[in-house]
Design a protein around this ligand. Structure first.
Ligand code: ZN
Length: 141
């Protein structure tokens, strides 16, 4: 797999330098952001830019090779959020205190669940950013 620096930079800009799943800005992540294959290479996904998105290491590692997950409400298996084909704001919203992401659809709920987006350490970190006035992001994803 070879994703050039030019493509990497363009993907970062496309996703406003924020994780396409949890919306955490790259500037608050110690580790380098990652290029995620929306459809994993392991199950036939390509390096085509339409299959690539910008993700934090935490979301990317929890996503792994999943493309679907269980919606905790309906208990049905649904496709995970596709940041290239779907609109973040239609599937997710911030909790009133800005520390958690609430799935608005089966896809959103399954993605929050599968990627453990509201894992305690992430919520604690968001609390610090909220208290500093740096979170959640002010602009649309
Ligand atoms: Zn993330």
């Amino acid at each position: 797999m070879t994703i050039t620096d030019i493509v990497r930079k363009r993907i970062a800009e496309t996703f406003k330098h924020r994780c396409c799943y949890c919306q955490m800005p790259a500037k608050y992540i110690y580790a380098p952001m990652q290029i995620d294959h929306i459809i994993p290479v392991a199950i036939g996904g390509t390096d085509d830019e339409a299959n690539l998105c910008y993700a934090c290491p935490r979301c990317n590692s929890f996503k792994g090779v999943q493309v679907s997950a269980i919606d905790p409400d309906s208990e049905e298996t649904v496709q995970l959020f596709n940041p290239r084909q779907q609109n973040w704001s239609e599937h997710f919203q911030w909790s009133d205190d800005g520390t958690s992401i609430i799935g608005q659809t089966a896809c959103g709920r399954a993605t929050v669940f599968a990627l453990q987006i509201n894992i305690a350490v992430a919520v604690e970190f968001r609390k610090i950013l909220v208290s500093a006035g740096w979170h959640p992001p002010k602009s649309e994803p």
